[in-house]
Design a protein around this ligand. Structure first.
Ligand code: CA
Length: 263
């Protein structure tokens, strides 16, 4: 009997240790899971350079819903298969400390390449295109105050903006369908038919030829305008190269102010 009793006690002790061990393991598992649930996941923006070679993809400073980190220096390099391809970057959200934390985008694979733009604050950048076959993105933040960062997507194409699906891509050049013009077939050749039905102009060889007394891309700018508004004068395809300009003059006799702005 004592023997049996000793054996019984030993079994009880083993069961007790096993229960204790199980309870301990369960406790720490719960603790670790709870800790993971309240900690942000690993942040991909970690002072490294990430290289993207897929034809399209998404880029961000980190998981959605979390701020970027202080004192960041993170690089993303997008590489096309060859130098003749285009890389188009579209921002979907933007939020950095204005004038202190920046996102730089280069047309090339180094900081010596052409700078396409530097962005800071909450204004969403415009669409950017790299034509060198590489695009380098840098995010820099100083040592205090952070925001939610940025999210963007890119795609690589043989022709600029895939010709906006308004033309064929031939040897990295867009050949536009008849009713479209421009290096990427973005612009309608004769928008609003040049106001032909109102006698403002006529469409000839994909360009509006305005009647006397009218001008502008849509022939909608009258020599005697009623009120003032911005007018679309020309497209890149019609000979205006990218530039920034602004001028204004006051016509005393007519009592009006004439202004021109081009960005
Ligand atoms: Ca900052």
């Amino acid at each position: 009997m004592p023997k049996i009793c000793i054996k019984s006690e030993a079994i009880k002790m083993q069961k007790m240790y096993a229960s204790l061990l199980l309870a301990t393991l369960t406790f720490w598992t719960l603790v670790l899971r709870s800790d993971q649930a309240h900690s942000p996941p690993a942040v991909p923006c970690d002072r490294s350079r990430k290289v993207f070679t897929e034809p399209y993809g998404d880029i961000s400073d980190g998981p959605s819903g979390f701020n970027y980190t202080q004192d960041s220096h993170c690089e993303w390099l997008i590489k096309a298969r060859n130098d003749s391809q285009f890389i188009t970057l579209t921002f979907h959200s933007m939020g950095t400390e204005c004038s202190y934390d920046y996102i730089y985008v280069y047309d090339g694979d180094s900081f010596n390449s052409t700078l396409l733009g530097s962005f800071s604050g909450r204004t969403q950048p415009q669409r950017l295109v790299a034509r060198s076959g590489s695009m380098l993105i840098l995010m820099y933040s100083d040592t205090n105050y952070v925001l939610d960062g940025f999210r963007a997507s890119y795609y690589i194409s043989n022709c600029l903006n895939n010709c906006h699906n308004h033309g064929k891509c031939v040897g990295h050049q867009c050949v536009c369908h008849g009713e479209w013009v421009g290096p990427d077939c973005e612009d309608e050749a004769c928008p609003q038919r040049c106001g032909e039905s109102q006698g403002r102009g006529r469409c000839q060889k994909s360009i509006c030829h305005c009647s006397r007394g009218f001008s502008g891309r849509l022939c909608d700018l009258s020599d005697h305008p009623a009120g003032s508004s911005w007018r679309w004068l020309a497209t890149d395809a019609e000979g205006m190269t990218p530039r920034a300009a602004h001028t204004a003059s006051l016509h005393g006799r007519r009592g009006c102010s004439l202004r021109f702005r081009r960005l």
